[in-house]
Design a protein around this ligand. Sequence first.
Ligand SMILES: Nc1ncnc2c1ncn2[C@@H]1O[C@H](COP(=O)(O)OP(=O)(O)OP(=O)(O)O)[C@@H](O)[C@H]1O
Length: 263
Amino acid sequence: MTWETSDSEGAKPTETARGDRPGDAAGGGDLILRGEDVTKEYQTGTQTVRALKGIDFGIAPSDFVAIVGPSGSGKSTLLNLLGLLDVPTDGAVSLRGQDVSTFSDADRTRKRKRAIGFVFQSFYLIPTLTALENVEMPRMLDKTPVKTRERAKTLLRRVGLGDRLDHYPDELSGGQKQRVAIARSLINDPALLLADEPTGNLDRDTGDEILALFDELRAEEDVAIVTVTHDAYVAEEADRVVNLVDGVIEDAGETAADGGHGA
Ligand SMILES: Nc1ncnc2c1ncn2[C@@H]1O[C@H](COP(=O)(O)OP(=O)(O)OP(=O)(O)O)[C@@H](O)[C@H]1O
């Protein structure tokens, strides 16, 4: 089954978003990521586990996709493929039309760093660094530290933490920690943000604030967001809900609210 991209704003015909446009040699259209017949198997001893069984997907700029499904259905496996942390056993994942299997490990890492930001349930901030230093972290070896500092400050202001730059993580609330993590994930101007249970450690109101921030980032920075979530209210806000069951997409469709894209 196919997980198609969002055309909820009417700006992107589905055919174009899926890269089926005539003359589109790369086959990726304006997609950030595309998966075709993606299978992922794990080998443990003599046993082979087929975690993903031939799924198709496409992610266009400013998409908001929620991946849901029972434990063991393949959500983390899919997120790892989307994050270029792994490659499929069969089928192809392409980043802007380039098959990721053809990249060397170093190339894949470099492209991941440029194109993709990560946000996690447990924030993963470094406790001995300030909010500002945490956001600068991914660019620690950057040759232009002044620019990085300015960008990090801008991002922290952007997520509403302009007055918390020098606070350490244990001086921040859960929602503020997640905002720092989101600012950090944006330091390299990614096209795609992968969020693994981003509201899992937050109360509902704080989770809603994070979703509102996601919406702003999609509208203003064109960043696409793919989240794995157990929170129904997060899935309700998404343009697309991908329901993974035993390695296949059971039901992909727009939510009743037609995406809830507030922009
Ligand atoms: N490294 C691995 N080696 C062997 N099998 C694996 C490996 N990683 C995952 N699996 C298997 O692949 C299947 C999918 O696992 P995955 O972690 O993607 O599921 P999930 O939907 O993220 O589950 P959960 O919601 O519990 O985190 C499961 O059957 C799991 O046991």
